[in-house]
Design a binder for this molecule. Structure first.
Ligand code: HEM
Length: 460
């Protein structure tokens, strides 16, 4: 159904207003991405936008989003976003589809079992404790940067049994924003821009060289250290031991692609969600109070398990709400054959956008969508929400492989931090949502304040 806000399109679908000659909707997608995407709910169920001259179809209806992701998966590949990102991620779970994707997913499954999630919880608890014990009361912390380091350290430790050096962490901190920004520009602007000798493209090459160096060293160190057998039992051990049907080991390039993908996919969203959760908990004293009350039931110094953290009902509601309020901005697919999506007939090769951010901020499914309210999840839980309206981890064949690890890790890190300190947002700082691969804060300065002695003694 078209609304009065739509404009006419050649395809007969509702068209988004504000289209420019040549660059299409790129200006809106670059400068005010979240606002633009959210505005499309009132235009139609499937809305046509332009990425440069290329039409793309934004799904704004949960039923249609479910139809795109779940039963219809074999009709689509990963689309323009991942095509542009494949210079960075190579051939991996994030960029592949169909039989090759299924084969990769089967071979990586063993790194995401319940035992691995439990061991992740232990790593996160240890690393988060080390972090909070290094803080001094009343200093100003750059919480967003600290959460990036924490998430990356935990991913590297859990999947690759590696302690990243301060230099490695700095390299990621410096170069990830450039890579995300370039991939989005290349997706929304006309093709061919990536071949021009611009400053952005030169920075992209430099960033790739630096991160390839970190990942290459990580793999080489393991190869050198493991001799004839690899005792680590982690993802890297499975990758190094994997053989195809003819008994050939995986090419070095493929191992690099998987390691790079997991380090980035495993840390970037986790870091953003951690920062936002701390921000929301501590700017709402009633939420901080309820979180601490719940944590009081855990014996001090107890080594947490995945079962412990999943029983923290209120803290898990805080995590669910953070994932609703600050999810991935947009993801793409492309039709492999003519497809009917909702009421719309699309030809083969059509680019499609689904946006967890748009769906999670539609007031029809989430009243007062900008209000942070963990109690949305307390009476109804996840059972009664409209199917397809809440997609923080996607759905269907490409649902996040790290979902259970992410949820357990997020709750663990928050439990440790909130049981040690009260973090006070620095007054007068405007915290903005910045959309790249995730929705992350532009900055997050906070001041750790000491808890009363009784509470400190009960720290997790
Ligand atoms: C808060 C944390 C996280 C969020 C919000 C998140 C979100 C997502 C989403 C929305 C997708 C679906 C992409 C699509 O539809 O194409 C996805 C896929 C993926 N995620 Fe996550 N993720 C998180 C944590 C992790 C972690 C911890 C890992 C690994 C350690 C990970 C690895 C991946 C991979 C490899 C895929 C591609 C899966 C496939 O296509 O088979 N993610 N994630």
């Amino acid at each position: 159904m078209k609304s009065r806000r739509s404009v006419a399109t050649g395809s007969g679908t509702a068209g988004a207003p504000g289209r420019w000659p040549v660059v299409g909707h790129a200006p809106a997608l670059i400068s005010r991405r979240l606002e633009f995407l959210s505005s499309l709910s009132s235009v139609g169920e499937v809305v046509e936008i332009r990425l440069g001259p290329i039409p793309a179809y934004v799904v704004t209806d949960p039923t249609v989003a479910h139809q795109l992701l779940v039963p219809g998966d074999r009709d689509y590949d990963r689309g323009r976003l991942m095509e542009k990102a494949s210079v960075w991620f190579g051939d991996s779970l994030l960029t592949s589809h169909g039989a090759s994707h299924q084969q990769q997913r089967r071979s990586l499954r063993s790194a995401f079992t319940s035992e691995q999630v439990d061991s992740h919880v232990r790593h996160v608890q240890d690393a988060a404790r080390t972090l909070v014990e290094s803080w001094t009361a009343d200093e100003v912390l750059a919480v967003d940067e600290l959460m990036k380091d924490l998430a990356l350290t935990n991913t590297a430790q859990s999947l690759f049994s590696t302690d990243l050096t301060a230099e490695n962490l700095e390299s990621f901190r410096l170069h990830l924003p450039t890579l995300f920004k370039s991939v989005i520009f290349r997706t929304v602007l006309p093709s061919g821009m990536e071949r021009m000798p611009t400053m952005g493209n030169l920075r992209f090459k430099k960033a790739m060289r630096s991160l390839n160096g970190v990942v290459g060293d990580l793999i080489a160190d393991r190869r050198a250290g493991s001799g004839n057998g690899d005792e680590h039992g982690d993802l890297l051990a499975s990758l190094l031991a994997a053989q195809d049907d003819q008994g050939h080991v995986l090419p070095d390039q493929q191992i690099r692609d998987h390691v790079m993908t997991m380090l980035v996919a495993g840390s970037e969203s986790t870091a953003a969600v951690l920062s936002w959760a701390l921000y929301e908990i501590f700017r709402n004293p009633h939420i901080a109070h309820r979180v601490r009350e719940e944590l009081g039931a855990i014996p001090s110094g107890h080594a947490l398990t995945a079962a412990d953290v999943s029983s923290l009902t209120y803290l898990n509601n805080v995590v669910s709400e953070t994932l609703r309020r600050y999810p991935v901005p947009f993801i793409m697919r492309r039709t492999l054959k003519p497809v009917r999506l909702g009421e719309v007939e699309l030809p083969a090769g059509a680019e499609i956008v689904y946006s967890p951010y748009l769906l999670h901020h539609d007031r029809r499914w989430f009243p007062e969508p900008h209000r942070f309210d963990p109690d949305r999840w307390s009476s109804t839980g996840h059972g009664s929400i409209t199917k397809g309206s809440y997609l923080p981890f996607g759905a269907g064949a490409h649902v996040c492989i790290g979902k259970r690890m992410a949820l357990a890790g997020l709750t663990t890190a928050l439990a440790v931090i909130c049981s040690h300190w009260r973090l006070e947002p620095v007054a007068g700082q405007r915290i903005r949502e910045v959309a790249t691969g995730t929705v992350h804060p532009n900055r997050m300065p906070m001041i750790p304040r000491r808890l009363p002695a009784d509470d400190r003694e009960r720290a997790v």
